[in-house]
Design a protein around this ligand. Sequence first.
Ligand SMILES: Cc1cc2nc3c(=O)[nH]c(=O)nc-3n(C[C@H](O)[C@H](O)[C@H](O)COP(=O)(O)OP(=O)(O)OC[C@H]3O[C@@H](n4cnc5c(N)ncnc54)[C@H](O)[C@@H]3O)c2cc1C
Length: 321
Amino acid sequence: MTITPIKTSLRTSGMNNNRKEISLTPECQIKSHVSLAAYTSYRVGGPAELYVAPRDMNSLQASVQYAVEEGLPVTILGAGSNLLISDRGISGLVIATRHLRHTHFDLQRGLVTVAAGEAIPALAWEAAKLGWSGLEWAVGIPGTMGGAVVMNAGAHGDCIADILVSAEVLLPNGSLKTLTSDELGYTYRTSKLQGSNLVVTQATFRLQPGVDPVKVTSVTQQHKKQRLTTQPYDKPSCGSVFRNPTPYAAGRLIEEAGLKGFQIGGAQVSPRHANFIINSGGARAGDIFNLIRHVQQQVQQHWSISLEPEVKMMGEFLPVC
Ligand SMILES: Cc1cc2nc3c(=O)[nH]c(=O)nc-3n(C[C@H](O)[C@H](O)[C@H](O)COP(=O)(O)OP(=O)(O)OC[C@H]3O[C@@H](n4cnc5c(N)ncnc54)[C@H](O)[C@@H]3O)c2cc1C
């Protein structure tokens, strides 16, 4: 299926010396120099050179088309819950997907189709309320469904790859393609979508309808409670910073290297869960970046194990002094 290309009518209105606004469609404006800190769970990061948050497919397609025509690099932003954005910001066009919203439960086939911008916890609660089992594990993951599909998000032994039937993606040429779970090449917290130039627009998951809603809700609540008691949800973070290097748990390696509570600037290895680096107040992205590198060095020295970040770092970071 191809999205009907719409004529991009560019209207530039000066806001101040450095700012401009470009209307792609009546409902969709590209803005310049938009701070991204408010759009990430770490609450840090510099501005997007250009930023747009489309509310429908035509606007999304027009945004991608604009970037292609202007030769701009494109960065996709979901809920920003797995991102560390540089203090210097991001050049090119940042496209935020969080306003792309719709959910359809197909009772006959046990399938739910969700737009990329839908929030994972909201979907998990909605499924529970309807008595659809299969998403209880996801309730504590504060991202969008698009981000979850790209990251192969998972918790409590389950992950997106276990339930995904297919994902619809937008190609740079404006056409849409449906990819199966096999085509996405899922492994632990990884998919072929990472580092690609494809935008996930929606995804279809197989769940189990017809289960007692009280039971599904109760399991969902237990998962939420367990996370709230073991992880530092009260401070800005990106969740687990490092992938677990099989067969070890990254948090345990960091804790036993004596790093719990270790701090650089406003960035701290969480005293509650060592695989979380939190913004304990006033952190800059550079502090978090330097702490990530420090933890990697210390774990390498202590355990001869190289920790690989799960968090996606975007923009330019200066090397640690
Ligand atoms: C408190 C906390 C707890 C967490 N717990 C977990 C957990 O238990 N398990 C887990 O797996 N993760 C966890 N995370 C990390 C994070 O929530 C997940 O990785 C989530 O799937 C990211 O979704 P997002 O929408 O925030 O994506 P973002 O962080 O915005 O983006 C992540 C990556 O996906 C890309 N992307 C996002 N949307 C799209 C799209 N529509 N099309 C193409 N590319 C896209 C981005 O460019 C980026 O490369 C946690 C984070 C926090 C803050």
